[in-house]
Ligand binder design. Structure first.
Ligand SMILES: C[S@@+](CC[C@H](N)C(=O)[O-])C[C@H]1O[C@@H](n2cnc3c(N)ncnc32)[C@H](O)[C@@H]1O
Length: 271
């Protein structure tokens, strides 16, 4: 096996291990995903995207579907969804949550690495992934392959990835201080909240599973843009936004949001 293949295997195994642990308490452990504000934002964005698809036949692929954050919203919008996830535990949780849709053939859950699935050319009207690219060994190659499964006039939606500003220094001392205070206070607030509700979070090692969520190898948005350009997408726009990262209200958030640069991004690309 080449070095790249060994690393790929290790990243896959790390993702299976992490999400085996996370599957049963994923929604509770991730306020940055399941806060009311974030849920409202994603729901609104997906409804908007729904209207952008040309001649929409409502066939969607949600990869790295997890417990169904995006899958559930797509089903509510009337899509027939194919959900792919490498984690058997996440797939079981997803299937249990949306049993009636599975029975009605509106949802197909595939437990496989997204790198290994093949659907043929132009199969989907909408392809989504939320907080997944940074988990993939070679997200550029995978994204390129997935572009092929999207029909002309379809939309690729990539959400919840570190923005280019996440790892960059803030421009002033004040914003540097506020950003640091914000990101240090959130884990404290969350562990306080977990203590109040009596939830004991097991230790999880994200060092390999979140491979591209590292200063030394962070997600490259310019490369993502180049992929859309090379694949001849009609339009592609990145939007950056601020995230609330705690269940308990963090007053620093408001200052952070108003003076610091946003740390998270999504892409909407039309083929
Ligand atoms: C942070 S979770 C996000 C889950 C979901 N998209 C959401 O919005 O909550 C990342 C998901 O990607 C899955 N994943 C990681 N690597 C993958 C791969 N190579 N192929 C398919 N799924 C993968 C994980 O198992 C996990 O469920």
């Amino acid at each position: 096996m080449s070095e790249a293949e060994v690393l790929r295997e290790k990243i896959h195994e790390a993702n299976i291990a992490v999400h085996q642990v996370e599957a049963s308490y994923y929604n509770l452990f991730h306020p940055e995903v399941y806060s009311k504000q974030e849920q409202k934002r994603v729901t609104a964005t997906l409804s908007e995207i729904d209207g952008f698809v040309a001649d929409n036949q409502k066939r969607a692929l949600d990869f790295g579907a997890g417990t169904g954050n995006i899958t559930g919203k797509l089903l509510a919008l009337g899509y027939t969804v194919t959900a792919v996830d490498i984690s058997p535990a996440m797939c079981t949780a997803l299937q249990n949550k949306y049993q009636s849709y599975v029975k009605a053939h509106k949802l197909t859950v595939i437990n496989a690495p997204v790198e290994e699935v093949d659907f043929g050319v132009g199969k989907f009207d909408l392809i989504t992934c939320y907080s997944v690219l940074h988990h993939l060994p070679d997200y550029e190659e995978t994204l390129r392959r997935l572009c092929g499964f999207l029909k002309k006039g379809g939309i690729m939606f990539l959400d919840h990835e570190a923005s280019p500003f996440f790892w960059r220094p803030e421009p002033t001392m004040l914003t540097t201080l506020v950003k640091s205070m914000y990101f240090h206070s959130n884990p404290m607030l969350n562990s306080f909240y977990f203590q109040i509700i009596g939830f004991k979070a097991p230790p999880v090692d994200y060092s390999l599973s979140d491979y591209w969520f590292k200063r030394e190898h962070s997600l490259n948005h310019q490369r993502i843009q180049q992929i859309f350009k090379k694949e001849k997408f009609e339009s592609y726009t990145r939007t950056d936004y601020h995230l609330r990262e705690s269940w308990i209200f963090n007053p620093i958030y408001w200052v952070y949001r108003h003076i610091c640069r946003p740390e998270t991004s999504y892409w909407i690309a039309k083929k």
